[in-house]
Design a protein around this ligand. Sequence first.
Ligand code: SAH
Length: 232
Amino acid sequence: MTIASRKIRLVMQLRRHGISDTNVLSAIERIPREVFVPSTFQDQAYEDMALPIGHGQTLSRPQVVAVMTQALCVQRGQRVLEVGTGSGYQAAVLSRLCRRLYTIERHRELLNLAEARFTKLRLHNITTHFGDGWKGWPAQAPFERIIVTAAAPEVPADLAAQLNPGSGILVLPIGRSSRDQDLVRVTRLEDGSFREEFLESVRFVPLVAGMPVPEALGGGGRPTMACRSPES
Ligand code: SAH
């Protein structure tokens, strides 16, 4: 089966799952998922399955990407924040629907790969940040839309505070267990209060606070020069 026919089959599956927003479906059709998938999994690029991307992280299955993207109700002129760049696929899909997509990742190597893919595909309206997305991106806030692609135990207060009052929407998986999480949509109302809606059950990798410990410091790696005692 060619990539084109696999893609058509996937889009039909998404339609059957209730994805009816034609802008979302055409963004998914236009972004080549195979570019975001490790070479060993190329044949699975258009299967409805999650795929490993290194560092113990995963690229979500297309159905979950589509549900989250549709639930965000993105409009053309909006600025959108993603926490958890990973492979960059979800960011690429969203970048076709909004004015500017901001995305934060805590693994430098994953971010480097994602940035190279954005350049290759000429997705020039994506701005990346290497850091801890738990705190959002205060310098660029407020955002009309925020999407978190890793599971948090509760709605991170800093992210909710960076939503536009009156119309801001945040979509994220909530749950402490890795097996059973709730995909939730949080809307910030005019009076600053929040309304929460359950969308479906999902399984995501956890949203981790702070930055990864460099291998040289985390044990197992060779000690750096700075750690050695001075030679006499
Ligand atoms: N959206 C991605 C998949 C995300 S996997 C894609 O389309 O491929 C979840 C990602 O969230 C991982 O890359 C992980 O490193 C990142 N992550 C987890 N906690 C984070 C945090 N506090 N700040 C930024 N990124 C985080």
